[in-house]
Design a protein around this ligand. Sequence first.
Ligand code: CS2
Length: 494
Amino acid sequence: MNAESMLCRKTLTSIEGHVLAPEWREPRIGIVHLGIGNFHRAHEAVYTEEAMLAAGGDWAICGVTLQGDVTKRDALMAQDGLYSVVERGPQGVRTTVVRALREVLALPYDRARLFDLLAAPDVRIVSLTVTEKGYCRDTQTGDVDLDHPGVAHDLKHPEEPGTVPGILVAALRTRRDAGIAPFTVLSCDNLSHNGAALRQVVCSYARMLDAALATWIEHQVAFPSTMVDRIVPATTEADRDAAAEALGLRDEVPVPCEPFRQWVIEDRFPAGRPAWERVGAQLVDDVMPFELAKLRMLNGTHSTLAYLSMLAGFATIDEAISFAPLHTLIHSMMTHEIAPTLSVPPSFDLMAYRDALLERYANPALKHRCAQIAMDGSQKIPPRLLATIATRLERGQPISRLALGVGAWFVFLRGRADDGTPFSISDPLASRLTALATNAGNAPESLVDALLGCRDVFSSELASNEACQRALIEAVTQLSGGAKTAIENAAKFG
Ligand code: CS2
């Protein structure tokens, strides 16, 4: 096969060694997935393909990009929805082509097709990876954010929605009116209690339009919570070349990822689901202990590593964690400040979890860029770091390492690394936050004071807590001597 041919259903037969099982009956679409980014393609799509191979079922996926990203839609559709997952581990690379994705749509262009599918009885699950900001939540109340321009638009034009709550409510209304059982709504984002959080957003949005519909959704629609885990960097040219090399076919949209994966799902699917439990997913009654452990241990330290690294000049997570004082700091942050806030089942060994995370971070083949993790801090910091801080403050416990993570975010918002290199801030609140950070001047107290005033991130209770203020001022003071020195100083305490 010449390397210029493209991966598609026709060329699939030439790469039998790179599919999980050569026999593949084309299943019908049973899942619509909102937010067809790399994470979904390396996680739920892989589990779903394996589940169909193990136990059958019509659970092919239609992926949707909500940002009108026609380039991504067209690239995937040119390959008939096929793409390769390139697992990069310390032991080598494994390239597998995934077939579970059948169709890709881009809103607003494919609105009619999307709503046809969302009304189809065959579609029994609508899953989501739309990142924290896609939920359009008012962080204070947990209801839908009525100041969000997309939400305001959707409330005015409920037949032409563009936001997650708008789309789900319009589709659920059609199903209710047509007497079709609702689909299950499955959040796969890194939010605490993601199912309950999405349910509240959706129901509060529905209530603005139609109280009876809101009540119907509350009683009839299941929103199970999940904990999702796999480290999935953005695709680079090197990944495209590696996929072409392995397959002998051109793949424009491969997904790099680590070998590790985990999925814990609350088992509430009245309309059925793929046999995910057959292929390693854990179906449980209560996801919360897993979810909090992952958000605080993994995502909390990931964000800390990312902001410290942006200041210190480490480009990737493996580069950062190979700086011994930073390894020490992250190890003790998990051991002394995060793990004690978690209550997990006896079989869940938090220290083994910590060690496994440090090993995953050290994976030299993944090249997970710190700048990618550093995006959207205003959305990520509250569940990843502030919830842990709040728990510890309630108990009168010290928070110096957690504060260093938040303090590094504050300094990062000034937009310059320690050596003066500028970087841009990608965050839905970027203009407000960077103005606060730059206008605050050099004194650590004023930077902390200015940013603690941002109510979209800090509750008034946390912002007015003196121990919290003191710890953050100390962290920013340490960081003004350079992030590397601050890390070395923090690591001295073990
Ligand atoms: C990362 C996550 O980009 C980020 O913010 O912390 O995407 C992380 O890699 C995943 O949650 C791992 O499961």
